[in-house]
Write a protein that binds this ligand. Structure first.
Ligand SMILES: *Cc1c(COP(=O)(O)O)cnc(C)c1O
Length: 339
């Protein structure tokens, strides 16, 4: 039994999901003639109460398209210093959009309305780049699966409106936040100009993200997706995996969250653990006491067929997911208890 807690992206499509994909009705989506892609786009737009949606091969491409939609070269966006768009999209913010990032020191990957307000460059001070966009992440990735309070998001929206800024949500794990905090997706749809959501993380589809926005914005996104090479032909097979995930796998996220919390509780009792960050969803970040070496620890777990990862700064990460089942969980708890 190999147990992979490195990321929730390691999930493989189940037999039932593959069966559903196999039976998908498809067409050429470049001509907008793929019924499965159209169905997915319509369904996700309806969930968030937004006008339109567009299917993408990756979350990175959906985020990069959003940044291009909302900015002009030379402008600046505001984000948390750990944000995926800055760290893990290969410099795409500058490469694709010619935009710089003003990075804020957030709390577990989350930034506040007050911090954002203080970071906006004065629009008539022509020496500074023009601030035009705010990008938030929910749940946060390197921040450890933390979720924003709706109240803070409303405040951030007000700051953006008052300062003529667009607001984008990197919602790769928005499903985890919706389940953990029992929030209404339509509130997110109302607050954000664009939202990217992912199906290949905790929801277990092999490929796919969707970008949401109003009709005009998504019409423009179509051209940017084409430029980036993301217009696909019979992508309905992939969209079908996402539809299956939407229908069947969202409710299973609560199990991932419970297991992550249980792992955190075990670690908290261990003398070799220095700290465990609060667990709100499926990501658990912890650190070892100074006498313990991270690499040695990771290797030790590897010998027990358990893979985990380091996220730098002496922080280790475990991510629970659809393919991390109860038998595996029992085994990991036992193994950690004995260490
Ligand atoms: C995984 C992830 C993405 C998108 O990643 P892709 O691998 O390109 O699909 C975007 N944002 C966050 C926070 C993520 O964790």
């Amino acid at each position: 039994m190999q147990i992979n807690l490195v990321s929730d992206t390691v999930t493989k499509p189940s037999y039932e999901m593959l069966q559903y994909m196999f039976n998908a009705d498809v067409g050429d989506d470049v001509y907008k003639e793929d019924p499965s892609v159209i169905e997915l786009e319509e369904r996700v737009a309806a969930v968030f109460g937004m006008e339109a949606a567009l299917f993408f091969p990756s979350g990175t491409m959906a985020n990069q398209t959003a940044i291009k939609l909302h900015t002009q070269p030379g402008e600046q966006l505001i984000a948390d210093k750990y944000s995926h768009i800055f760290h893990f999209e290969a410099g795409g913010v500058s490469f694709n959009s010619g935009v710089s990032c003003c990075l804020l020191e957030g709390n577990r990957g989350m930034i506040t309305a007050e911090q954002i307000e203080g970071a906006i460059n004065k629009p008539d001070f022509y020496h500074s780049p023009l601030t035009s966009l705010v990008c938030l992440e929910n749940t946060t990735n390197i921040g450890g699966g933390a979720c924003y309070e709706m109240e803070e998001l409303e405040k951030i929206k007000a700051v953006c409106e008052a300062n003529n800024l667009k607001l984008h949500l990197d919602g790769a794990r928005i499903w985890n936040a919706l389940v953990a905090k029992r929030q209404n997706p339509k509130d997110f749809g109302r607050i954000f100009d664009t939202i990217s959501v992912c199906f290949s993380k905790g929801l277990g589809a092999p490929v796919g993200s969707v970008l949401l926005g109003d009709k005009k914005t998504i019409q423009r996104a179509l051209r940017i997706r084409k430029v980036l090479g993301g217009a696909m032909r019979q992508s309905g097979y992939l969209a079908a995996g996402a539809i299956y995930a939407l229908e069947n796998n969202i409710k299973l996220l609560t199990e991932d969250h419970r297991r992550a919390k249980e792992l955190a509780n075990i670690l908290k009792k261990k003398s070799w653990v220095a700290s465990v960050e609060p667990v709100e969803t499926n990501i658990l970040i912890f650190s070892l006491v100074p006498e313990y070496n991270d690499e040695t620890f990771i290797e030790k777990l590897k010998q027990k067929n358990i893979s985990i990862s380091s996220v730098g700064n002496r922080k280790l990460r475990m991510v629970t997911h659809l393919d991390y089942r109860e038998v595996m969980h029992t085994y990991v708890i036992e193994s950690l208890s004995k260490l």
